[in-house]
Design a protein around this ligand. Structure first.
Ligand code: NAP
Length: 312
């Protein structure tokens, strides 16, 4: 009987590596744990978790000998860490190995949105270029003022990239950081008011729910563009859709959404929105590194060694 339970949908290379290393039990989703035999559930010491469906107290209580939940991903907001800590269960994540890819996508979102990349591409493909002439002018991004909301691991990589685009970098975090010559704002609304573009790189979860408020969106204004690569929860999505619809916010370039992948359909109809299917870390190379780090944490726990990237 296996002492590892793997939950979620994995790429084939991860499936193969998990199977050959741990010979685990598999569940597609947390809800499937209940259908495992009681003796099988009692044997589980480690859960390898991937996905955005909640894994909380109820699931933990179905696994009475659980020692570790090893998340595939840096954001572990789906896992109730308070419930885990109360039960002496450790949680690990996969930080840093994905910073470059997520930062690359943030830059891509901003450039693609400002340069109307999707619409211009369509103009060329559908024959409009030949039939109707030049595409309408876009928006210059280089040299503008950008605000990074959350100067953590990924936020800093985004800021470095934006600086290379000759941008004036402003940021918010809960404390001022050592930076080259970037401008710190302790008030997120003041940050939004100071910049043309706002990139959200906050941690997800309860504490930052709706952090980007109606007031912040108004401060960003009708020429402002918001980019979100963090979590759908960090923005008041209802207020954002309203602001995009009535033009009090210029545009949004989004990789993450509330209720994804079933996102609010009003977003599809707005031409001032760029949409990506939560693929910030979605490259072959980075996903392989994330899978390796998840497995290394599982192995460490089973060997009684120190966890590589604990979060509680
Ligand atoms: P991180 O290093 O933990 O940085 C998070 C930032 O959020 C820090 O600047 C931190 O501020 C701030 N923060 C934390 N708690 C806060 C609170 N209660 N109020 C205000 N600010 C708070 O995280 P990361 O590794 O850079 O990840 C950033 C985000 O990207 C996460 O939401 C993660 O889930 C997401 N992500 C998305 C993708 C994707 O595919 N789109 C991929 C990977 C990660 P301090 O500096 O003051 O602590």
């Amino acid at each position: 009987m296996s002492d590892v339970l793997v939950i979620g949908s994995y790429a084939q290379n991860d499936v193969d590596a998990l199977n050959s290393t741990f010979n685990p039990t598999w569940c597609a989703a947390p809800a499937d744990i209940a259908s495992l035999e009681e003796s099988a559930r009692a044997g589980i010491k480690v859960v390898g978790f991937k996905g955005h469906v909640a894994f909380g107290a109820a699931e933990m209580d179905q696994l009475p000998n659980l020692e570790l939940v090893a998340n595939f991903g840096v954001g572990y907001d789906a896992i109730d860490t308070t419930a885990a800590s109360a039960r002496g269960i450790k949680v690990t994540n996969t930080p840093d190995v994905l910073n470059d890819d997520v930062a690359d996508l943030a830059v891509l979102l901003l450039l693609a949105h400002g340069r109307k990349f999707e619409q211009a591409s369509q103009w060329a493909r559908d024959g409009s270029w030949a039939a109707k002439g030049e595409y309408s002018l876009a928006r210059k991004i280089s040299g503008g003022k950008v605000g990074i909301l959350g100067l953590g691991r990924i936020g800093r990589e985004i800021a470095d990239r934006m600086a290379a685009f000759k941008m004036d970098v402003h940021y918010f975090a809960r404390s001022e950081k050592e930076t080259p010559n970037w401008t710190y704002h302790s008030d997120p609304v003041a940050l939004a008011a100071a910049v043309d573009y706002l990139v959200v790189a906050l941690v997800g979860g309860e504490e930052t729910k709706g952090f980007v408020s109606k007031e912040m969106l108004e401060a960003l204004g009708p020429r402002g563009i918001i980019v979100n690569i963090s979590r759908g929860t960090t923005i008041d999505e209802e207020a954002m859709i309203e602001a995009l619809t009535n033009g009090t916010l210029g545009g949004a370039a989004l990789d993450v959404f509330l209720n994804e992948p079933k996102i609010d359909e009003r977003l599809y109809a707005l031409d001032n929105v760029t949409i990506q299917p939560h693929q910030g870390s979605g490259t072959v190379e980075t996903r392989a590194d994330m899978g390796q780090l998840q497995r290394d944490n599982i192995s460490a726990q089973l060997a009684g060694a120190s966890l590589l990237t604990p979060v509680n």
